[in-house]
Design a protein around this ligand. Structure first.
Ligand code: FUB
Length: 301
């Protein structure tokens, strides 16, 4: 079994993904904001043994980023790896920061700044520019779904990830915020349905959790179905800000998320865990059982 957490250290907001024959996890280094000046990544061929890749990106390569490097999202396109991240925790349009994009030839980096400036540097529809997820639709179009401060937007990415393409109605950022949304959006498709997931509650507290909606399009409408990940007083508190991995070619799914050990109350004491994500016969997500054991060894072939 993998055990939970799957690797040691305070790491949050994990983005789990498969590249080739390896699982990768890209988390936030969970520490005071001024110490969040780099990101580490972790890889595994079986979910049990994890290799740490230190400082795949840091503020020396991203000149405009000073602190609070958060919640990475990564995709591979044309043999290059694009890492999207939040930085500086901007509180208004007057501050420098927001969502950036970096690029590398290898999933372990080193990542260099793709633009030399943020990709989103201001608030749109009330959404703080953090917590981006990059979603590839069935037709190959990439969308950015992002937002903190209880607002979530979707925007159509340019092919080279240097900016956005306006929608037919002339707008660039469409708000898709569902009820109770706070931050940490994630999207995937299963059996033709779009599953939209997000975090609710405050990330420093025990009630942080994940809920979801289902729709026929990435634009919704998204009606909240319910919570599927939350604390278990016997295991851990503050379970949230997750991602989802599908085993290629199989209806087998994992949820990668962070949680706080029962012994900890410091907001930053968050650990990265993996558990199974299961569906019922109607396609609804079953509540996740958070475990100490984690998931079974599963070597990718
Ligand atoms: O780790 C920093 C922030 O914590 C994230 O961006 C939020 O979503 C929360 O998980």
């Amino acid at each position: 079994m993998s055990g939970n957490p799957v690797f040691p250290g305070w790491y949050a907001d994990p983005e789990g993904i498969i590249f080739g024959k390896k699982y990768w996890i890209y988390p936030t280094f969970s520490a005071p904001y001024n110490q969040q000046v780099f990101m580490d990544a972790f890889s595994s061929s079986d979910l049990v043994n994890w290799t740490k890749h230190s400082r795949i990106i840091d503020t020396t390569s991203i000149k405009w980023a000073k602190r609070a490097m958060w919640a990475p999202a990564i995709i591979e396109k044309g043999g290059k790896y694009y890492l999207f991240f939040g930085a500086n925790d901007i509180q208004s349009d007057k501050e420098l920061g927001g969502i950036g994009v970096a690029v590398a030839d290898n999933p372990a980096g080193p990542f260099r700044d793709h633009l030399g400036k943020p990709l989103i540097d201001r608030f749109h529809n009330g959404a703080q520019p953090i917590d981006q997820f990059v979603f590839k639709d069935k037709d190959g179009q990439y969308y950015m779904i992002y937002g903190g401060w209880r607002h979530c937007n979707i925007a159509k990415l340019k092919d080279d990830f240097t900016g956005f393409v306006p929608f037919d109605d002339g707008t660039t950022f469409k708000e898709i915020t569902p009820k109770n949304y706070v931050e940490g959006p994630f999207m995937f498709i299963r059996n033709g349905k779009y599953y939209f997931m997000w975090s609710e509650g405050g990330w420093t507290g025990p009630n942080y959790s994940v809920a979801y909606a289902m729709a026929d399009s990435p634009f919704g409408p998204f009606e909240r179905v319910g919570k599927i990940l939350q604390q278990d007083p016997k295991v851990a508190t503050g379970a949230g800000h997750h991602s989802v991995i599908q085993v290629p070619g199989k209806d087998q799914w994992y949820i990668v998320y962070h949680r706080r050990p029962l012994t900890e109350t410091d907001g930053n004491h968050r650990e990265t865990c993996i558990d199974q994500l299961n569906f019922d016969e109607k396609g609804f997500i079953k509540p996740v059982q958070i475990t100490v054991e984690g998931v079974k060894r599963n070597r990718l072939r």
